[in-house]
Design a protein. Structure first.
Lengths: 265, 283, 290
């Protein structure tokens, strides 16, 4: 039941996108987000859609699979579409029935907004789909590296992220086990009003917290025993290297920026 | 052959600050020498101080009184503490709570990264140490997909990669199933024999102690007994009084002796079979 | 309470890429009042099996009868029935959550709408069964106890519901010899005194040999062997194929019998240590007299 929350979960592979440096992928997404908000007419959106389709092809993942893995997001998009169609008024009236009307502005607004969200989600999900969580953490640590000089604990943040990644499956199993153990003792998690239900969670939440603290304490001891003393003087197994792929990503970014800048109105 | 002293505890005492500030003595004036290449088992029931002893050996705890020397380095020498921890590797009880890396490879690398090892050198060492523990096929696996025994072997690989002198197993088999326990113990014995690693195995399974060169029995913060496995297991009553088990063969011999049937001292089942056969076939 | 499984199968994650067959056509019959040892490697289906007995999991196929209640893929175990079937998970101390020992042990009884005075009585009894003093323990925080004590409190939390069936998943894991013995002896005592039906999942053949009167050996989601301990231990080859041990007593006898002439062999049905020793003594004194 807990496995179902894997939105954009990493799919191992060897495609162009899989092998590109996580740093260039992350930087590109930031730029892409800006471009999506700069786009404001049919031509610019068409360019972005074409580009997104091309990127999906570069990932060698099936579009159907990606769309399916993003199912919760589509519900959100659909909701926004309905909301805009109903609320935004102006322009030609397409349909009217009492106070209820669908008007031109609402429809165009809904199309643009949903396009924006869809493009953004699609492209950023490609990042997590083609980059292992470890490489993501690694890339983030390197990208944020310069902030270390102004006192941001970059190494610690990255280490926290990677330990969290390591322990998520363990803690999920543990949650499942505690729920079962309390159910076996007659606990009921599905009845009663909201307050009652919140109270019913106590027998799960407290053991989980205690266990997480115990694990943290033991892990800290084990890390110390293995000579951990913070980021100073530490080397890394994983080294990130830029390649021609990252050069082409940069080039694509520049071209896209120029094209969108030229065609937007 | 000259025996090199690898670990030395001299008059070591340790106390925890209990509830309400009073001191709870955990270890009381311990004197121990552990020589290079030895396989030492430390037996004791829960609360006998055996885990504290282990943590003193790699400077996770520092003695309140007395001195702990690791290859001649005083563990209280703050500048050399990392050297001490490189020399003395420790495997803990809970396999889940000592793996740091999100993959086997990353986890074995953790200690090396801390030491500032060059990445190319790291890869060689990771490969070698995973081969030594028989886990090379799992290089890219996620830890939570491994069995308990496999996780402990990964933990041992992470330590072996740091080229230590001593491997301390702090009840490292307590949470494993029999198969996992065998895996880990056989591995420790092989590393001791083939790589010359000194092993200190802290345990309450007497079957594990049978194979060691030396057995140390702890009781209420003191060394109750220190000798060969044969010496220590020769007195099952005394061990049982300490809440400890003895191996099956020793138990059977002892029960027979109580009824007036005496057998020579034995530790292993094969010896027991042999002696019983002689006795039963004797005319 | 009699427990019967008829061709029970269980599949995890039906319809997902993670689909996994965990139980396959399991048919077993556990007579009321028996003490059953369930043995198998990690991942052999033991945990899945016991979770079916108290309705935490429902069969994908097949029928389970618990006394006069029937569980099928479409019919759940009623909430009230769960009280009759106590399940102690592995490392049960990890489920403690209340401020005091007494409150934690009372959690189960109160969930089943037992009046508070009655619950208190049950708590007192349960703590005493596991060898803890009620007056001394009741107001203490469970989190400040030793590991062995926490384990006992957790077991008391299940006993306080006064189940008719007691299921324990490796109740001695991680304890020292003294702690292991204390817990098993307490379980064995209450099993006899209250004529419970007890299911003990264990990795230790020694524990199984000492306490169980029936054994179930599982591998790959199937029941491989089932029967009285001597019947199961007689299948040493099958056990070895499944990478399981036989108790040391059994392996000693089989090694001796291989070397002894036919008329001198020890009975292979012996598996308890005391019994083995008295057999050995009898043989040895026989020899002496002749």
């Amino acid at each position: 039941m807990l496995q179902n929350i894997a939105i954009g979960q990493y799919v191992p592979g060897t495609s162009f996108l899989h092998r590109a440096d996580p740093r260039s992928k992350m930087l590109f997404i930031i730029l892409f987000a800006i471009l999506v908000f700069l786009a404001n007419n049919v031509i610019t959106y068409a360019i972005l859609i074409a580009f997104t389709v091309m990127t999906v092809m570069l990932s060698r993942l099936s579009l159907a699979y990606i769309l399916k893995s993003l199912r919760p997001v589509w519900i959100l998009v659909l909701f926004t579409v309905i909301l805009h169609v109903l609320i935004t008024k102006g322009g030609e009236v397409y349909f009217q029935w009492g106070w209820f009307s669908i008007e031109e502005k609402g429809v165009t607004q809904a199309i643009f907004i949903s396009l924006r969200v869809s493009l953004l989600v699609l492209v950023s999900s490609l990042l997590t789909l083609t980059t292992s969580p470890i490489d993501l953490t690694e890339g983030l640590e390197r990208l944020l590296g310069p902030f270390g000089r102004i006192g941001v604990p970059v190494h610690e943040i990255a280490l926290m992220m990677s330990i969290a990644l390591r322990f998520i499956p363990t803690l999920m199993e543990e949650t499942d086990k505690i729920i079962k153990a309390q159910t076996a003792r007659g606990a009921n998690f599905t009845s009663g009003n909201l307050i009652r239900r919140a109270q019913n969670l106590i027998p799960i939440v407290i053991p989980l917290f205690i266990s997480a603290f115990r694990r943290a304490e033991e892990l800290a001891l084990a890390m110390e025993a293995r000579g951990y003393r913070g980021g100073v003087g530490r080397t890394r197994l994983r080294t990130l290297t830029m390649s021609w792929r990252d050069g082409s990503i940069a080039l694509a970014a520049c071209v896209l920026l120029l094209v969108i800048g030229w065609w937007r109105t | 052959m000259t025996e090199e002293r690898l670990l030395a505890l001299q008059e070591v005492s340790f106390a925890y600050e209990g509830e309400g500030g009073q001191k709870e003595t955990v270890l009381n004036r311990i004197n121990l020498d552990i020589h290079k290449g030895a396989f030492v088992s430390v037996l004791g029931h829960n609360g006998s101080g055996k885990s504290t002893l282990a943590k003193l050996m790699n400077a996770l705890l520092l003695p309140k009184e007395g001195t702990v020397l690791v290859t001649g380095i005083d563990t209280r020498d703050g500048e050399l503490i990392w050297e001490v921890r490189r020399h003395v590797g420790m495997v803990f009880q809970n396999p889940d709570n000592q793996i740091v890396g999100a993959t086997v490879e990353d986890d074995v690398a953790f200690g090396l990264e801390n030491m500032g090892t060059d990445p190319a050198e790291m890869r060689t060492r990771i490969r070698e140490s995973l081969q030594a523990v028989g886990m090379e096929a799992h290089l890219y696996d996620q830890p939570h997909r491994l069995s308990g025994g496999q996780k402990q072997r990964v933990a041992i690989a992470g330590i072996m990669a740091m080229r230590p002198s001593v491997l301390i197993l702090d009840e490292a088999t307590a949470m494993l199933d029999p198969m996992g326990r065998r895996e880990v113990l056989n591995l420790a014995r092989r590393l001791n024999r083939e790589e010359g690693i000194t092993v200190v195995n802290i345990t309450h399974f007497p079957e594990e102690a049978v194979f060691s060169d030396r057995v140390i029995v702890m009781r209420a913060g003191q060394v109750e007994w220190d000798g060969t496995a044969a010496e220590v297991f020769a007195d099952p009553d005394r061990l049982q009084a300490l809440g400890l088990d003895v191996p099956f063969a020793v138990r059977v011999r002892h029960a027979l002796a109580a009824e007036g049937v005496s057998l020579p001292f034995i530790l292993h089942q094969e010896e027991l079979v042999e002696h019983l056969c002689k006795l039963l076939l004797k005319r | 309470m009699q427990i019967t499984f008829e061709e029970v199968s269980h599949v995890y994650g039906v319809g997902t890429p993670f689909e996994r067959l965990a139980l396959q056509d399991v048919s077993i019959n556990i007579p009321s009042g028996s003490f059953v040892g369930i043995i198998g490697q990690t991942g052999s289906g033991k945990s899945t099996l016991i979770q079916h007995v108290n309705g935490l999991l429902q069969p994908t196929k097949g029928t389970i009868r618990l006394g006069d209640v029937t569980v099928t893929p479409t019919r759940k175990l009623p909430h009230e029935s769960r009280r009759n079937i106590g399940l102690v998970f592995q490392y049960p101390e990890h489920q403690l959550f209340e401020e005091t020992v007494a409150k934690d042990v009372a959690f189960g009884p109160l969930n089943f709408d037992m009046p508070p005075e009655m619950a208190e009585l049950r708590v007192r009894e349960a703590l005493e069964i596991v060898g803890l003093d009620y007056q001394e323990m009741k107001d203490r925080s469970p989190f400040l106890l030793s590991g062995g004590q926490m384990r006992r409190v957790a077991i008391a939390g299940v006993l306080a519901m006064q189940p008719k069936v007691l299921i324990l998943d490796e109740p001695t894991a991680g304890l020292d010899p003294a702690g292991r013995k204390a817990i098993l002896e307490a379980i064995y005592r209450i099993h006899r005194e209250q004529s419970l039906t007890t299911l003990l999942v264990t990795h230790s053949m020694e524990e199984a040999a000492r306490y169980a009167d029936r054994l179930i050996v599982m591998a790959g989601g199937k029941v491989m062997l089932e029967g009285k301990p001597d019947e199961v231990f007689a299948q040493a080859d099958t056990l070895r194929e499944l990478a399981l041990d036989v108790p040391e007593t059994v392996s000693l006898i089989s090694q001796l019998n291989r070397k002894l002439p036919e008329e001198q062999r020890l009975p292979s049905s012996v598996y308890r240590e005391e019994e083995l020793i008295s057999h050995l003594l009898a043989r040895i004194s026989d020899r002496g007299e002749r």
